[in-house]
Design a protein around this ligand. Structure first.
Ligand SMILES: [Zn+2]
Length: 196
């Protein structure tokens, strides 16, 4: 994994995804966000954030896909030429959304266990178990449609001198997500989201 790409991912969380999520959480939405990036030059195509207060299927990833397909199709890159970036490991809805959209990859910052335990959102693991009979979130992490990547594992595997700089940047982003999560949890009883 290239250090430049990891650095770019963290940059996009800080500068493009989190500013949208801060506004979203203020409006009562969850903390999940996503972005679509060009594979060739790592430039941002579109970023988005959860908007479940408007529509319960506007998860961070699905709302980002909605924005992507609202771009003029002359301007819009082909899905296979894009990287799909997500703040949290995609739920069953978003796994399917990414698959039906034809992306061949996705990268996420926080795995299911973290979503459930650190961010107090248990639905992803529960739905996989209840609806699909998949325990412990063990869907096919690599399959004929796409390959998925846990950014945390990629960061930990890095061996060079910049590892600490990237880890510091990750920790700063994580702290922002933890703070936003506390805010969401404190406000959630007032929102209209069916699965809070
Ligand atoms: Zn989802």
């Amino acid at each position: 994994m290239s250090e430049i790409l990891l650095d770019k991912f963290l940059d996009i969380f800080k500068n493009d995804i989190l500013p949208l999520t801060i506004k979203g959480v203020d409006a009562g939405n969850k903390i999940f966000g996503a972005a679509i990036i060009n594979k060739d030059d790592y430039s941002l195509v579109v970023a988005g954030s959860n908007n479940e207060t408007e529509n319960p299927i506007w998860h961070g990833e699905i709302h980002t896909l909605k924005k992507f397909y609202e771009l003029d199709n002359i301007m819009r890159p082909k899905e296979k030429n894009c990287i799909f970036l997500s703040s949290h490991e995609p739920c069953s809805l978003c796994l399917s959304g990414i698959t039906f959209s034809g992306f061949d990859n996705f990268y996420y910052l926080f795995p299911y266990e973290s979503t459930s335990d650190e961010f107090n959102i248990p639905h992803d693991l529960n739905i996989l178990k209840e609806v699909f009979n998949i325990t412990d979130g063990k869907y096919m992490k690599e399959n004929s449609y796409w390959k998925s990547y846990n950014i945390n594992i990629l960061l930990n595997e890095m061996k060079n001198a910049n590892k600490k700089k990237l880890a510091d940047s990750f920790n700063e982003i994580k702290k922002t997500y933890i703070d936003l999560s506390k805010k969401y949890q404190s406000l959630k009883e007032k929102n209209s989201i069916p699965l809070k």
